[in-house]
Ligand binder design. Structure first.
Ligand code: BGC
Length: 368
């Protein structure tokens, strides 16, 4: 009898351990980031990873070295590891079709993170208002040069855009170009290189050296004779870094050229302090991670009411069901955060986010 009771007790123990294990099995989240070579994705990757872990999820985080084939592989491995939800910042918005179909067949929901994946299997899109990012850059130049009151004065501008494989790049470029187009059309603004089409000014993989080389070529070909350049509209910080370097070594003139950017990368913030870059459009990616976490929780609970959900984030974010299409005619419900302009004059706004600290040397650093 004693033996029987202890057998029963042992069985009960095994069963209860099993029950606890099943009840508490954490949901698994696959986080696929494009590359560690561009500063921001390291921040996104670690913020997402930390946030999800702190909320009790298990995570798999990968970086695919800007190689679209490798990203497909990384996502396939996540599916094989039976993730419950995927968060993907695509290297190439059109290269994930097969693996997105595989996710859909396995019933795994996908959040397109920051960059839209152009496949209908995407459930939701979390990003910033990308067109507004470009618009802020264009408006900065418009105001700084006072183009609206230029009269007979003319100004000279060049453009550098992002990676054509990244769906965001066109939004940034168009946002800026649309502000400046009227001035180009009426002759107030000249683009000496004549390069104003997105494909002409694009930068594969947002690569700093590629942007530098193109800028150096333009400066050598069109500005070596002393032609004055007033502004260089760069879509983001990694390209602005290259352009600023080219200006520093190859520009013949002595005026300060307005250089725009986006992200608030540490090297660019140093350039802003040093006057080599003029502004950056800041996107608080910690908030982007928070929105993604809250959305993922709602998705896994099977209850996403976009309009209601945005009210719970505690950060400025719009629920938009019109602006983004995964394919011809299929709108992707989107959660779009709000970008802001940072210049030398309001660097302290970054310190106020808690994500940066001001060093004794006057340069910003990432907070520990
Ligand atoms: C992001 C930008 C970033 C760029 C290059 C874009 O998709 O939205 O913030 O600068 O990729 O990494």
């Amino acid at each position: 009898m004693k033996k029987f009771v202890s057998l029963l007790l042992a069985l009960a123990l095994v069963l209860s351990v099993f029950a606890v294990a099943t009840a508490e099995a954490p949901k698994k989240i696959g986080i696929s980031m494009p590359t560690q070579s561009l500063e921001r994705w390291n921040r996104d990757g670690s913020y997402l990873d930390e946030q999800f872990k702190a909320a009790g999820f298990e995570t798999i985080l990968t970086y695919s070295d800007n190689d679209a084939g490798r990203q497909v592989n990384d996502i396939q491995n996540m599916l094989a590891d039976e993730v419950d939800l995927l968060i993907i910042a695509a290297i190439d918005g059109e290269a994930l079709n097969t693996v997105m179909d595989e996710a859909a067949n396995a019933g795994i929901p996908v959040i397109s993170y920051d960059r839209l994946i152009l496949n209908d299997a995407v459930s939701y899109y979390v990003s910033f208002d990308n067109y507004t990012v470009g618009k802020l850059q264009g408006q900065y130049v418009e105001t700084a040069l006072d183009l609206a009151n230029a009269g007979d004065k003319t100004y000279v501008i060049e453009f550098t855009a992002g990676d054509p494989a990244d769906n965001n790049a066109g939004y940034f470029f168009n946002g800026a170009y649309d502000v400046l187009k009227g001035y180009i059309d009426n002759g107030t603004v000249k683009v000496t290189s004549g390069q104003t089409a997105f494909q002409e000014v694009a930068t594969a993989q947002w690569n700093t050296d590629t942007a530098l080389n193109r800028a150096a070529n333009i400066l050598a070909s069109y500005y070596a004779d002393g032609t004055v350049l007033d502004a260089w509209v760069c879509s983001n910080d990694s390209t602005a870094l290259g352009v600023a370097q080219a200006i520093e070594s190859d520009y013949a003139g002595s005026n300060t050229i307005i250089v725009t950017g986006q992200d608030g990368d540490i090297a660019n913030l140093a350039n802003i302090v040093d006057g080599k870059q003029t502004m950056t459009v800041y996107k608080n990616v910690m908030n982007e991670a928070v929105v993604t976490l809250e959305l993922a929780k709602a998705m896994l609970a099977g209850e996403v009411n976009g309009e209601e959900l945005v009210k719970t984030f505690g950060v400025d974010c719009a629920y938009d069901t019109e602006s983004y299409e995964t394919s011809e005619g299929t709108k992707c419900p989107s959660f779009l955060l709000v970008p802001s302009v940072i210049t030398k004059d309001n660097l302290n706004d970054l310190v106020a986010t808690g994500l940066y600290v001001m060093g004794d040397d006057g340069y910003l650093k990432a907070a520990e």
